[in-house]
Design a protein around this ligand. Structure first.
Ligand code: ATP
Ligand code: MG
Ligand code: MG
Length: 521
């Protein structure tokens, strides 16, 4: 009996470990003979209106200092915490999205440290009994699965800024007490690039479930990366934790530098000492902040003011049923609809807010736009219009997708007009440019009528007339084409398009001109 019991538990956990460690990690030419191992602690600000334990409103960096603070956030004696249910709900949504076990019972602890921007002298966190455990996040590479150790709810601190001119530090408590989710991965990442991919995948996931903006530059997502190296076939090495990284790019550089530093030490026969390190962007090097000996004694203790957090199964099930489509599901769906990987990635990158200036708000992104327009239409045709024509024109106009005023109704009708050959593709593109330039809310069919863009039966007879006129008007060019100079043909096509005011189809014009010019040869 004992033997069965002993192996049952470890087996179920080591299965996951097998999934990961049996995956073939190619030798990295940057560090032959070595493995680089990374585990990441992500602190994601919870996107709730109010803070984790007080009714103060959360804020962004644009607010004047100390305007979003109530007495609890400033640790006035006698104030008590009251758990914000919205933060719990968003934590549970994140946990479900990461395939975690949501714990029916979790609890809050005090983690003590003494910083001026932490007025109570402790942070309320979930050290001993976190909200969720044992999840997974799959990276795009087939068999790369990162295990999630746990998700815990905790408070953010305030912000201290040193003013060197006045030689004083100022404290802003706007952020103090804002809800955070600490998402801790197992040490399953095997390169700086994988670490980058993990953080990006997590950002996309948090945004899709609406639990965090996940913006590293603005501080709503912060990563501590733990790096160790070991010789192949040896067990994991000693980790160093690098703090305060504020972009995915710098995080990857920091991991690379740290890996080289540790390998150099070990190759010299020196040990790697477990410590917390910082990263200097200018010199691209990590530096020691504190080692194990000066590690603070956090004196963890259960928070006596907060009872355990008990969640019933119905509550968890209700949230499970209301989960939105997750990024990996969206991608698979788009591919199944016949989109190329590139087109799916373009739409999703805009959704994830990777486009500059786009805030990544779910539902206003390119995927939702595509979904609406492609209802009842050929998805491949629709995505072509979005990625090539619409995004192309927006880029020329230096506008982001968020600023796009071309409505889904307008694009849908425009595509129908072109597909049914009532207007030519050239007219369609011209209409798209016209609508964007004038910010027009008029429907394309109305505009096509006003601009006489509808293809009429007589247009095919006109086509020949237009071509003949142009050949007569540009005899030298016509001769050049007859002599085989096909580059000049474009000039003739352009002229016919101009004469036809875009009603002619460019391909048809090209064919007609070639026919006319070759018969006269
Ligand atoms: N050998 C290793 N190499 C790289 N990463 C490791 C290694 N061992 C553990 N890690 C990673 O270190 C992180 C430890 O985070 P955790 O929150 O559990 O503890 P901590 O860093 O000691 O505490 P704190 O939250 O106070 O920083 C995890 O992400 C884990 O995957
Ligand atoms: Mg941690
Ligand atoms: Mg840590």
């Amino acid at each position: 009996m004992l033997r069965v019991g002993q192996c049952l538990l470890p087996l179920s956990r080591s299965y996951c470990r097998c999934v990961h460690t049996t995956r073939l990690v190619k030798e990295d030419p940057r560090w032959p003979g070595w493995n680089v191992v990374v585990g990441i602690e992500v602190h994601a600000q919870i996107k709730s209106r109010q803070k984790l334990f007080s009714h103060a409103l959360t804020s962004d960096l644009s607010e004047p200092p100390n305007t979003h603070v109530v007495s609890f956030d400033a640790a006035f004696p006698g104030t008590l915490p009251r758990l914000n249910p919205k933060c719990v709900e968003l934590g549970v949504r994140t946990a479900i999205a990461l395939n975690c076990q949501v714990q029916r019972r979790s609890a809050f602890d005090r983690k003590h440290y003494f910083y001026p921007d932490l007025p109570s002298g402790y942070q309320i966190t979930q050290h001993y009994a976190p909200l969720a455990t044992d999840g997974t996040l799959r990276l795009s590479e087939e068999d790369a699965v990162v295990r999630i150790k746990q998700i815990q709810l905790e408070q953010d601190t305030g912000k201290t800024t040193f003013d060197p001119r006045r030689r004083i530090s100022t404290i802003d408590l706007n952020r103090a007490g804002t809800g955070l989710m600490e998402i801790v991965s197992e040490p399953d990442l095997r390169s700086p690039e994988e670490a980058g991919e993990y953080v990006r995948a997590l950002q996309a996931l948090l945004r899709s479930v609406g639990s965090s903006d996940g913006n590293m530059e603005q501080g709503s997502l912060r990563c501590d990366v733990n790096v160790s190296v070991n010789r192949q076939h040896e067990s994991l090495g000693t980790r160093c934790e690098i703090k305060n990284l504020n972009s995915v790019k710098f995080m990857m550089v920091a991991i690379t530098c740290e890996a080289f530093r540790q390998i150099e030490l070990l190759e010299k026969g020196l040990p790697v000492i477990q410590e917390t390190r910082g990263f200097d962007e200018a010199s691209a090097a990590t530096f020691s902040l504190r080692n194990k000996e000066d590690a603070p004694d956090y004196r963890y203790m259960p928070d006596p003011n907060l009872p355990p957090l008990l969640l019933d199964q119905t509550y968890i099930n209700t949230i499970r049923q209301s989960m939105p489509e997750l990024p990996q599901e969206t991608r698979s769906r788009l591919l199944a609809q016949g989109l190329s990987e590139r087109d799916a990635d373009v739409l999703m990158a805009i959704d994830m807010g990777r486009e500059v200036g786009y805030d990544g708000v779910l539902g206003h992104g390119a995927v939702a736009y595509f979904d609406t327009v492609s209802r009842g239409r050929d998805p491949k045709v629709v995505v072509n219009w979005i990625t090539h024509e619409l995004l192309g024109q927006l880029a020329l106009r230096k506008e982001t997708f968020k600023e796009n005023r071309f409505s889904t109704e307008q694009l849908g009708e425009l595509i129908d007009l072109v597909q049914s050959k009532r207007i030519t593709g050239t007219s369609g593109r011209m209409l798209l440019r016209h609508i964007l330039t004038h910010g027009s809310s008029e429907m394309p069919s109305k505009l096509a009528e006003k601009m006489s863009l509808f293809v009429s039966a007589s247009d095919s007879t006109s086509l020949e007339t237009w071509c003949k006129e142009v050949i007569e008007a540009l005899p030298e060019e016509a001769q050049a084409v007859r002599n085989g100079n096909m580059n000049v043909l474009n000039k003739l096509v352009g002229r016919v398009m101009k004469t036809s005011k875009g009603r002619a189809d460019a391909k048809a014009v090209r064919n007609a001109l070639q026919d006319l010019l070759s018969t006269k040869m």
